[in-house]
Each structure stands twice: as C-alpha cells, then as structure tokens.
Design a protein around this ligand. Structure first.
Ligand code: UDP
Length: 323
C-alpha cells in the first residue's frame, strides 16, 4: 500500500516506517522535526517537512502523497509536560489532528491508524485492562488522545472512514537501526540506561508510596517492533476499532531498574523522589482483542529483550541521533 506516516521521524514512527518498508509498502513521512530526527527517517522513505500549524499544509501533504492509508503517530506525548502545559496538548493532538482527519476525508483516504494510549483510561477499575473499561483520563495528554478517539468514531459513523486506534501501553526497545532519542528524556528505560552509559551517576524513582507491592508504579512494556507489526496488520481491509497493545505483564519501576542492571552488568543507583503528577499507579493491558481479531502475536514479550535491544542501540548511538 501507499502509506503516509505522520511522526515518522519519532521513536515509534521511525521503527514503524522501517517495518512498513520491509513489508513492501511505499512510505511518505510527514514530520515537523520538533521531536523527531531527520536521520531517524529510513532512507527508503520519501520525506515531507511538515508545518501542521500552517493552514492547508496537511491537506497539501496528503494530496501530494495520495496515500491509501494514514498512520498518525505525530503527537505531544508526555504526561508530565501535559500537566504543566495543557494547551500544547490540545493544540497539537486535537486541533492539528482534526486538520489531518479532514484532509484524509477530503483526499478519499481509505484507512486511518491512530496512536492512542492507555492514558485514556486513567486509573483502571481492574487489571488487566480490556477495551470496554470506562475512559476517565487524569491528565491532559490522555484527555487529548481520547478526544481524538471520539472524533475518529464519528468520522467513521458519518464519513465511513475505516480506522484502527491502538491504545499503547509503554513502548520500549529498539530495532537494529532505530531507537529512542528524545531531546529531553523523561522516559524510564532510557533514563536508567544513562547510568551504565556513563551519562548520569544515578537514576530517579518518582514515587515510592503507591499502592503496589514495592510502592513504585507498575507499567506494561511492549517492544517497539511488536507495536509496529500490529500497525501492519491493521492495514488489512475490514479491520476497524479500538485495540490495546501490551503484553499483560506489569513491571514496577524498581523491577525495570533491576532488569537494566542484569542486562548491562552495572550497578545502577536510584534516588527516591516524590510522585510525578498525573501518573496512575498501575497500568497493565489485556491485548486479547488484538490477538484474536488482528492475529497479532508479540515476538519480544520479555522485558529483558526490550532492555537488551534498547541497550544495544544506545551503546551504538551514545549521543542518540546527530540531528
Ligand atoms: N519514572 C521514574 N523515573 C524516571 C522516569 C519515569 O520513576 O526517570 C516512572 C514514572 O513515574 C512512571 C513510569 O516510570 O511511573 C513510566 O514512566 P514513563 O515516563 O517511561 O512512561 P509513562 O508511563 O509516563 O508513559
């Protein structure tokens, strides 16, 4: 298929672009490079430098690329930042997202695949979390993604736009070529790996008084290559709806640090800090629906493998991407 990937210069988008190309699809990447890196775009893809805030820019890009499907990764995606600057999240994730949706409809795009998040649920009533749990986000990031999900629902009902929205749990790991490099790193695994890389003396634990066995937050980590594979399956005609993507295993912050110690063979000192606003204590997926309906099966379900591939990438690229 001919596919437009927004955010294809970012962490998940870059790996997905690579996997799409490996599977024989033709890819145009649209990215404004505020978070992404030009050198994270697979050289086989066509690249459009996006200016989504400029009226008509998204429509022009969609008309130029003439995609059969759009995979929409581009977003602001930090819980903590959204608690300080909600406007940025509603502008980028909702307003710019709406312009993209309208462009998709105007250009007759058949399929839309959206990067949603487990943050749309808020603290769950039960784990593992299934798709029909109530969605009550506790931060503007999750709220902005939920608003886009609702728009997708109505664009499907009214315009017949077929969509798959994936509610990601915590992406981790790397492919051989592409990995995680945020200019300001806030994510757990890359921050912990800074210690064995010699770039930090210690890592930080945000909150040790959560109602979990060791007092730290529990998350469900999923390998970025497995996430990418789910997107490829979603392109099949007739696939439609909301799907969780996770492994069904929860790891606490302390368990993640221990795994990083095992993989790297380094001791990693940690300092205990207060809770980070907006963090739910425990998020663990049930991805049964994606397995059943899309035929998705994670190849790298173990945290060890995710940390090992992340570590291999960071060792090869200690400063991340050059741009
Ligand atoms: N976290 C932490 N120290 C860090 C970064 C994150 O303790 O340096 C915690 C954070 O509070 C959350 C979990 O690790 O409970 C995962 O955070 P991350 O930012 O990686 O992903 P999120 O779940 O927010 O999408």
């Amino acid at each position: 298929m001919n596919v437009l990937v927004t955010g294809g210069a970012g962490y998940i988008g870059s790996v997905c672009t690579e996997e799409l190309l490996n599977a024989g699809h033709a890819v145009t990447v649209y990215d404004n490079l505020t978070e992404g890196h030009r050198s994270a775009v697979d050289s086989r893809a066509r690249f459009i430098l996006g200016r989504p805030e400029v009226e008509g820019d998204l429509l022009k890009a969609v008309r130029e690329a003439q995609p059969e499907a759009i995979l929409h990764f581009a977003a602001s995606a930090l819980v903590g930042e959204s608690m300080a600057n909600p406007g940025k999240y509603f502008q980028n994730n909702v307003v710019n997202g709406l312009a993209l949706l309208n462009a998709a409809v105007a250009a007759g795009v058949r399929k839309f695949v959206f990067s949603s998040t487990c943050a749309t649920y808020g603290p769950p009533e039960k784990v593992p979390m299934t798709e029909e749990l109530p969605q009550r986000p506790i931060n503007p990031y999750g709220e902005s993604k939920l608003m886009f999900e609702r728009m997708l629902h109505w664009y499907h009902e009214i315009h017949g736009l077929e969509f798959v929205a994936f509610r990601y749990f915590n992406a981790a790991g790397a492919s051989e070529q592409f990995g995680e490099h945020h200019r300001t790193e806030t994510h757990l695994i890359p921050n912990v790996l800074k210690v064995p890389l010699g770039q930090a003396k210690q890592c930080e634990i945000y909150g040790t008084d959560y109602p979990t066995p060791d007092g730290t937050c529990i998350r469900d980590y999923i390998h970025v290559v497995d996430l990418a594979q789910a997107h490829i399956l979603a392109l099949a005609p007739g696939k439609q709806g909301f799907y969780n993507l996770g492994n069904g295993d929860g790891y606490s912050v302390r368990q993640v640090i221990q795994t990083c110690e095992q993989v790297t063979g380094c001791r990693i000192p940690a300092v205990e800090k207060p809770r980070r606003p907006g963090d739910p204590p425990r998020l663990v997926a049930s991805a049964e629906k994606a397995m059943r309906e899309l035929g998705w099966k994670p190849k790298f379900p173990r945290l060890q493998e995710m940390v090992a591939t992340a570590w291999a990438w960071h060792r090869k690229h200690p400063q991340g991407y050059p741009d």
